[in-house]
Design a protein around this ligand. Structure first.
Ligand code: AMP
Length: 420
């Protein structure tokens, strides 16, 4: 597999799949968080420095056909600011302008193509009415696969080299991620710096973790995290569980959880996880106390109880002091830490203490030499909110992609370049 750092792009036209799926202000369409744009800059700069030219392609949002509110135009000024140069823009990724502009692109120049998802074939999902029969669905799907290949082939025709640096969409089998590499020679496809660093961080945690290795899983539902928990039980020394998931476990164990979040159909599964942890000799840490509220509001009345003694009609919305102390101590003794999902409803100030305490404990452990990987939108938001992004080892840019990789799944965008 070719590595970007060893490749000389001199005189080469390079098409780069980036993840510019950034949040925009609903009224002004100004980019409100440019993390993803910044993430792509090292790859773009390397190609330019070598003397290559760059054609950028990305999606933004989930348009159904061409929809101006999903245009990538608002990205342009931000990209120009970070690159310190003018960037060209083609207002349709497959249109005449894109063909002409990419053909005329000179070394040192950058061209951004309009949203690739303006073409449904990028995602490869046929848009069909609910009334469509199975046979119609099958035919439409097959036709869409052909169209997806055509889109990928056409885009591939713009350049001599393909670089994928869009980690956030690596788990999708889309035209510009998983299909386009087929149209380049094997020695002309590679990952960009961002994907390489994401893979290095995740592989270090999955396959090369220094012990003790602690995984901290939070967030709303057991069902969202079950696959990653099962995979991690084969790898970690400690598994900390917090957030809304807690109460399904506590109820399964016979505790009183009031009106706290609970997945009734996952009670057996929770017991199985507890059993499996025992079998695998993994220390499973569940909260011991709970900060409860009489309503799901920031101005609710609050009370702390044992986690298995939440009053009727009250709901547990954060971990409380004893749990914070226990979790912090486990984190402090860890050499590898993986964190996904908040410990409570951290969006409300009153219930953000547990999540903040965990974020700080991870930063402290990192300062003492632990390797820490943070993934998932909400844990990343909590790290950023507390100004700790540069105090942890790695903050992943791909929520869903990271989860799937950590679950042990093969990501189509990764496999298309690296193989199995
Ligand atoms: P996830 O996307 O699965 O990581 O879940 C994140 C969401 O879980 C956040 O919006 C939190 O507000 C929510 N959450 C965390 N703890 C609780 C809790 N105890 N009860 C209800 N929701 C929670």
């Amino acid at each position: 597999m070719k590595m970007i750092q060893d490749f000389n792009f001199k005189g080469k036209k390079v098409i780069v799949r980036v993840d510019f799926n950034v949040p925009l202000d609903k009224k002004t369409f100004v980019v409100t968080d440019d993390t993803r744009i910044r993430g792509a800059i090292p790859t773009i700069k390397k190609i330019l420095k070598d003397g290559g030219s760059v054609i950028l392609m990305s999606h933004l949002g989930r348009p159904e056909g061409r929809m101006e509110k999903y245009s990538l135009k608002p990205v342009l000024p931000v990209l120009e600011k970070h690159l310190g140069m003018k960037v060209l823009f083609a207002d349709d990724c497959l249109g005449e302008s894109a063909v002409k502009m990419s053909a005329a692109l000179m070394p040192g120049e950058v061209l951004l193509l309009e949203n690739v998802r303006f073409y449904p074939e990028e995602e490869g999902k046929p848009l069909l009415p609910d009334t469509a029969t199975d046979e119609e669905k099958k035919t439409a799907k097959a036709e869409m696969k052909v169209k997806q290949k055509e889109l990928a082939k056409k885009l591939a025709g713009y350049a001599e080299v393909y670089v994928n640096d869009a980690f956030g969409t690596a788990h999708r089998a889309h035209g510009t991620t998983a299909v386009i590499p087929e149209y380049f020679p094997k020695d002309k496809i590679m990952f960009g710096f961002l994907i390489n660093s994401e893979l290095a961080a995740m592989d270090k945690v999955l396959n090369n973790a220094q012990r003790p290795f602690t995984a901290i899983m939070g967030g709303a539902k057991v069902s969202d995290k079950i696959m990653i928990i099962e995979n991690l039980l084969n790898r970690v020394d400690n598994l900390i569980i917090g957030g809304g998931m807690t109460y399904t476990f506590i109820k399964a164990k016979g505790g009183k959880i009031g009106k706290s979040l609970c997945e009734e159909d996952k009670l057996d599964l929770a017991l199985k996880i507890i059993e499996k942890a025992k079998e695998k000799k993994v220390n499973l840490y569940l909260p011991v106390d709970s900060l409860n509220a009489d309503k799901f509001e920031n101005d609710a009345n609050t009370a702390v109880t044992a986690v298995d003694a939440v009053e009727d009609n009250w709901l547990g919305l954060d971990i409380a002091e004893k749990t914070i102390r226990e979790f912090t101590a486990v984190i402090a003794n860890s050499k590898t830490i993986l964190w996904n999902g908040p410990m409570g409803v951290f969006e409300m100030e009153k219930f953000s203490k547990g999540t903040t305490a965990v974020a700080k404990a991870i930063a402290d452990a990192t300062a003492k030499g632990a390797f820490s990987l943070i993934g998932g939108g909400d844990s990343v938001a909590a790290i950023n909110k507390n100004g700790l992004a540069d105090k942890v080892s790695y903050v992943s840019t791909g929520g869903g992609a990271m989860l799937e990789y950590m679950e042990g799944k093969k990501l189509p965008g990764i496999v298309a370049i690296r193989g199995e």
